[in-house]
Design a protein around this ligand. Sequence first.
Ligand SMILES: C[S@@+](CC[C@H](N)C(=O)[O-])C[C@H]1O[C@@H](n2cnc3c(N)ncnc32)[C@H](O)[C@@H]1O
Length: 282
Amino acid sequence: MDRSELARAKRSHALKRKVDRELIAGSLAHYEDPAYYTSTYRRRIDDVQFYVSLATKNGGEMLEYGVGNGRIALPIARHGVRVTGIDHSATMLRDLRARIEDEPAAVARRITLHRGDMRTKRLGKKFSLVICSFNTALHLYTRADVEKFLACVRSHLSPRGRFVVDLSVPAIDDLTRDPKKAYTAPKFKHPSAGMVRYTEHFDYDSVRQVLFVSMEFHPIDRKIPTFSTPLAHRQFYPREWEALLHYNGFAVDRVDGDFHGGPLTNKSDVMVWHAKLRSGWR
Ligand SMILES: C[S@@+](CC[C@H](N)C(=O)[O-])C[C@H]1O[C@@H](n2cnc3c(N)ncnc32)[C@H](O)[C@@H]1O
């Protein structure tokens, strides 16, 4: 290898490390502040009711990928269903464990947690229902990520089990925003920073199909410097996700456009996929 080849190899290695770092940060940072997470999504209840109803109808023990701090798993356990949760965020799992301590012993006993990566964690156990809730799958950035994840789901799904996953539909308005512009949202009270002015920058990489969002918090009444949190979300188009399920051993039973069983239309902002193992798949 001559000098210029070596320099090129070093540059490409450095670039790959930068790319990996921004994706790793974009899949972890938003989950480093569970109090903020809980307060931000406290009004998001349609998906919780949907998954509780799915879990109670299923009855048997279920697995949730991206269990987080239990926004969905805790209500399911309170409804009498045993839930196993996988998440790679130590911070979210710590918060969930603290919340479980405040629950009655019967509820606490129904929840089992594992820290691990959804692309690799194998529990050696089958479930009749596996869910991957609230955009957790948008942290699968490459085809290899998706394939590894779906292989794990297959290993955890009983032969007649159901796999349910909800994802945002790519929103053209978000993908076409000017990356240099700060988009302002209403002020609000942050759990630790007090009143903040809130801005967001959106930067869509149309080759990797990853939307990078920078959430910026500008404290108003406390002497705290502005801080920001990165979030990286892979954008899956409906037909692309359908193909990924199909070519990785799943048959789609149904796809809905909301959490009430409505159809997926051009106006839907969420897609809820119900799939099962494809018979005859190698
Ligand atoms: C949007 S949160 C959903 C949390 C919870 N299910 C809810 O609905 O509030 C996504 C979760 O996925 C987890 N996550 C992201 N990438 C992951 C990975 N590669 N393996 C395991 N968990 C991951 C995050 O730590 C986070 O808790």
